[in-house]
Ligand binder design. Structure first.
Ligand code: IMP
Length: 416
């Protein structure tokens, strides 16, 4: 069985989209298994940037089938507009290469409104969500009040479900959030239309993927967000509402956990975070500002400036543990070029503050380098220190946004 899970090893925005895009030629299927349109996966092909929030990044390669698994929450409007976008750029010529799980839950207008109103009313306790309705949609899934894709594409069932659920949502919106309720028709007609347009993509994706595994096909699982945003293992309550760690690839797609072979953690050579919550190595100074500018650290989904700081090995060690990482993809090493000194948090002291090890920087342009041996000595020292501290190989090194600016040290699909 040849499968690889790509997970964010930090707080998201590590560059998973680029890694998935690089590995897609080695795969037959690319599967998203959690999250929704809160993700922001940026892929640059021939200088042309495509940002996808919901569709698997694999959709930009013709040789694969892209799957949205049951663990994802789907905003039909975003799904349709991204499909239109990729088709307008000449991708997805064959519609049968895109599949949506019948069991994936649908993000409804009331989820987005509830997300927004709660954040607006939270004052200092804001989570800093993307306001895409993700949390409220997963809440309804667990509360058994959700509407799934298989419900949406069947007019009779959709009507029955919405009639049953909407009064409960409206009661909460009116009484607790003090807002005007939704009229049934304001939701039903446009969603039914979207459902009709998406119907041809909806099927039993768990069966499809298990059949694929049986016939020796290769599957790449594309995680969204990051380990420190996982609802169980992240910096709760400042987390997203899904299982972002590698085990989510099994439950969120319907393959057994023993089908997972390689787990590659994607980590920047420094750390960023959007939204509220703990960030021990955050830099609120000019170095932080420099990383933000040079690394273009602004949210792909919300445009918010990302908080920036030094690499935190405690975060990565925990990430290795809870994901069962077998390798790393180290991103944006080029952003550190020009810094005199580079710090890495190696542990936290008794007061919980990071303890740093300091490295000398390098000045040479590394963005066009095609092998680790050609890196300046100080960059090699930095990379080797990360590998040895984590006891994990760096499998892929990324030195710029383009497909070409990366070094494939070991393709996880080639590991026996
Ligand atoms: P939600 O996923 O929109 O509910 O947001 C919950 C938390 O996860 C917030 O701190 C968001 O900023 C963060 N978050 C959600 N999606 C992403 C992402 O793709 N990258 C980085 N942070 C994210």
């Amino acid at each position: 069985m040849s499968t690889t899970v790509i997970v964010g090893a930090q707080w998201g925005d590590e560059g998973k989209g680029k890694i998935v895009d690089l590995l897609t030629p080695s795969a037959d299927f690319v599967v998203r298994y959690q999250g929704g349109a809160n993700a922001g996966h940026t892929i640059v092909v021939n200088g042309c940037k495509t940002v996808l929030h919901l569709l698997p990044s694999g959709i930009l390669r013709e040789n694969v089938t892209s799957v949205i698994g049951n663990g994802v929450v789907i905003d039909p409007e975003v799904c349709l507009s991204e499909l239109e976008l990729v088709k307008s750029k000449g991708y997805l010529k064959d519609s049968s290469r895109f599949v949506i799980s019948a069991y994936a839950h649908v993000v409804m207008p009331y989820h987005k409104l509830i997300d927004k109103l709660r954040e607006e009313g939270a004052g200092d306790n804001k989570i800093g969500t993307t306001i895409r309705g993700i949390g409220p949609c997963y809440e309804d899934k667990v509360a058994r009040l959700g509407i799934r894709m298989c419900d949406l594409v069947d007019e009779k069932i959709f009507r029955e479900r919405l009639l049953a659920v909407l009064p409960q949502k409206n009661l909460y919106i009116e009484r607790v959030l003090d807002h005007k309720p939704f009229a049934f028709d304001e939701i039903f007609a446009p969603y039914l239309k979207s459902g009709r347009e998406l119907k041809k993509y909806v099927s039993d994706s768990a069966k499809l993927l298990n059949n694929a595994l049986e016939s020796g096909k290769k599957i790449l699982f594309e995680g969204a967000q990051g380990t420190a945003l996982d609802v169980d293992h992240g910096t709760y309550p400042f987390v997203t509402s899904s299982t972002t760690v590698a085990s989510g690839a099994a439950s969120g797609s319907g393959v057994g956990p023993n089908a997972i072979r390689q787990v590659v953690g994607v980590a920047k050579a420094y750390t960023t975070r959007v939204g509220s919550g703990p960030f021990p190595t955050e830099l609120n100074d000019e170095t932080g500002e420099l990383l933000r500018k040079k690394g273009v650290e602004f949210g792909a989904t919300t445009g918010r400036p990302r908080r920036c700081g030094w690499l935190d090995l405690e975060v990565l060690k925990r990430s290795k543990m809870v994901n069962g990482l077998t390798g790393l993809a180290l991103m944006k090493l080029d952003v550190l070029t020009g810094l005199k000194k580079i710090k890495v948090a190696v542990e936290y002291n008794n007061a919980g503050a990071p303890v740093y090890k300091e490295f000398d920087g390098w000045k040479e342009d590394i963005s066009k380098i095609d092998s680790v041996e050609k890196l300046p000595n100080n960059a090699v020292k930095y990379l080797k220190f990360i590998e040895s501290s984590l006891n994990l190989p760096v499998m892929i090194l990324s030195l710029g946004p383009e497909r070409g600016s990366s070094v494939m040290i070991k393709n996880p699909f080639s590991v026996k």
